[in-house]
Design a protein around this ligand. Sequence first.
Ligand code: ZN
Ligand code: ZN
Length: 390
Amino acid sequence: MDPIHDAARALASETVALRRDLHANPEIAFEEVRTARIVAERLRALGLSPRTGLGTTGVVTVLEGARPGRTVIARADMDALPMPDAKEVEYRSRVDGAAHACGHDGHTAVLLSVAHLLTERRDDLRGKVVFVFQPAEEIVKGAAAMLADGALDDLEPERTLGLHLSSMHPTGTVSLRAGPSMAATDSFRLVIHGRGGHAAKPNEAVDPIVIAAQLITVLQTLVSRETDPVDKSVISITSVQGGTAYNVIPESVELKGTLRTFEPETRARLRERILALCDALVSGQRGRLVSEWREGSPAVVNDASATERVRLVAEGMDVVERVVEGDQIMGGDDMALWLQRAPGCYWFVGANGGPESAFPHHHQSFDLDEAALPIAVELFTKAILDALDT
Ligand SMILES: [Zn+2]
Ligand SMILES: [Zn+2]
């Protein structure tokens, strides 16, 4: 007998129906108005009193158990991506240029079902569960916006838990890792100002295209020659804009790029070195650099003992076939900010059930294996109960 398992199963069709509704009506970062309204309505129907409009569209509600105890944050993200949905399914996106291609529709539906299950068990519950429904994960701004808006005011959380459904793992697999598990993500914009002129008289110009070419290559040496090879980091230049004609040297070239790191010291050092090296190189070639740094999210760092607890909970579930050690991922997630408020674990739940749900995240044909949803509900619920009881 496993009442949580049975309850998650019993709620499966409701979880799937909500996920499909959200999937068909995706809303991108900071525009999750309909989604947030549905979340708040469902929470109110459970007898909870959600706070809405946090960091624009975030929703937070606190479930108080009958007995005193710990405070645990349970977080889900709600936003879709600004991209097409190319699937031929009945729940395909009805919104042009928006798609739930990362599975956040699933996260929202799963956490609502978890809230449902735990609310029913309020009389046996010790402590508090803080349910967080976050906007704008895809631009790593929603968590910061909610926190700045006082999402955790008057709360003293001791644990943070969250999950991401994953097409990289088969349904039935759970993947997790202690320590730094997802990278810090920063981005930058570099404008190289030269002096325009005739392509046939480069000596009378300062060619920002040649400077940009050197800069793109030399930036790679900051990772390959200045950073400990064991300490993973990535610098990628992802946009180069400049020039209009075959025979004109342009005035300027604009580069955009991203820095991914795990260690805070490496993050700070590479930021400084990128800017210093670019500045020196550009001025050494008679150009002028204007730079803009956009600080993103810190690394997702999982607490060792919290991760071990989730691992044990997952291993104890019949519907979980395999629990694997996750790889470090150079992608980021602003779950990091919630984890900075209270140590915890962010883990992956396999949602790849075959070719239809095997596309990578952010692919226009991305889909979830919905059989993963009740597994995620059961695991999330049990992990919260475990965190409250230990
Ligand atoms: Zn994503
Ligand atoms: Zn995501």
